[in-house]
Design a protein around this ligand. Structure first.
Ligand code: NAD
Length: 246
C-alpha cells in the first residue's frame, strides 16, 4: 500500500468516522494508533479488525482535550512506532442547544475537545513531523463549521475554528513538507447523527441520502496517502452530498 512502513494516528477511532479512517489507513499499509478516551473494548475491536486484515495497530487511551494526556499519547505512540506520518484529528462531540439556553459548560466542553484538542494533537504531531520533514494532517471539521447551524453555535464555532487552525498550520508547516487540510462532512450515518430525523435533512441534500463513514474515510485516505494529494494544503474539502455550496 501507499502507507507501507508509515505510521498514522486517528483520534476518537473506536467507532464512526474515526474507526473507518483507522481501517482505511491500515488497509493502505500504515501501522495505526487507534486513540480512544473511554471504551477500550471498542478500540480493541478496531485493532482486532485491522490485525485480521493483516495490518498493524495499537489502541492508545487518551482524552485529547487534556494536555497531559495528549503528551502521554504521543510519548506512547513514539515508544511503539517511532514516527508519525499521518494525523487524523477526528475526536469530537456535540452538545446542541439554542444560544439563549446554552450553558457555559456545554460551550466549553465542545470547544475544549473539537478545537483545543485538535490544536494540542497538531502541536505534538508537528514536533515529530518537522524533524521528519514530512507529514500529513487531516482535521475533521463539519459543514456546520462552514455554513453555521441553528442549535449548534458551540459546535459550529469550534469547527470553524478548526478551519482557521488548518489554514494557519498549512502556512507554518508547508516549508517542511507537511500538509494540513480539513474535511467537512455533512450528515454521515454514525452514533452522532442516529437520533436525528432524516426527512428534513434529506430535503437539503441534492444526493438525497446521508453519507457513510467509509466515504469520509476514502477522502481522508486520499489526503493522507495519495501522491496526488501532496500539493494540496490549507484546504477545506466538503463531503456532504452537495448540501453546502460556495
Ligand atoms: P462518534 O460520536 O461516533 O465518534 C466520535 C468519537 O470521538 C468517539 O469514538 C468518541 O469516543 C471519541 N471521543 C469523544 N470524546 C473524546 C475525547 N475527549 N478524547 C478522545 N476521543 C474522544 O461521531 P462521528 O460522527 O464518528 O464523529 C467523528 C468526527 O466527525 C467528529 O469530529 C464529528 O464532529 C465529525 N463530524 C461528524 C458528522 C456526522 O454527521 N456524523 C458530520 C460532520 C462532522
Amino acid at each position: 500500500g501507499l502507507l507501507t512502513g508509515k505510521v498514522a494516528l486517528v483520534t476518537g477511532a473506536g467507532r464512526g468516522i474515526g474507526r473507518a479512517c483507522a481501517l482505511a489507513l491500515a488497509l493502505e499499509g500504515a501501522a495505526v494508533a487507534v486513540n480512544y478516551s473511554r471504551s477500550e473494548e471498542a478500540a480493541q475491536q478496531v485493532v482486532a479488525a485491522i490485525e485480521a486484515a493483516g495490518g498493524l495497530a495499537v489502541a492508545l487511551k487518551a482524552d485529547v482535550a487534556d494536555p497531559e494526556q495528549v503528551e502521554r499519547l504521543f510519548t506512547d505512540l513514539l515508544a511503539k512506532y517511532g514516527r508519525l506520518d499521518a494525523l487524523v484529528n477526528n475526536a469530537g462531540i456535540t452538545r446542541d442547544g439554542l444560544i439563549l439556553r446554552m450553558s457555559l459548560e456545554d460551550w466549553n466542553d465542545v470547544v475544549s475537545l473539537n478545537l483545543t484538542g485538535t490544536f494540542l494533537c497538531l502541536k505534538a504531531a508537528s514536533r515529530i513531523m518537522l524533524k521528519q520533514r514530512s507529514g500529513r494532517v487531516v482535521n475533521i471539521s463539519s459543514t456546520s463549521g462552514v455554513a453555521g447551524n441553528a442549535g449548534q453555535a458551540n459546535y459550529s464555532a469550534a469547527k470553524a475554528g478548526v478551519l482557521g487552525l488548518t489554514r494557519s498550520a498549512a502556512r507554518e508547516l508547508g516549508s517542511r513538507g507537511i500538509t494540513v487540510n480539513a474535511v467537512a462532512p455533512g450528515f454521515i450515518a454514525t452514533d452522532m447523527t442516529s437520533a436525528l430525523e432524516l426527512e428534513p435533512i434529506l430535503a437539503q441534500v441534492p444526493l438525497r441520502r446521508v453519507g457513510q463513514p467509509e466515504e469520509v474515510a476514502g477522502l481522508v485516505r486520499f489526503l493522507c496517502a495519495d501522491p496526488a494529494a501532496a500539493y494540496i494544503t490549507g484546504q477545506v474539502i466538503t463531503i456532504d452530498g452537495g448540501m453546502v455550496t460556495a
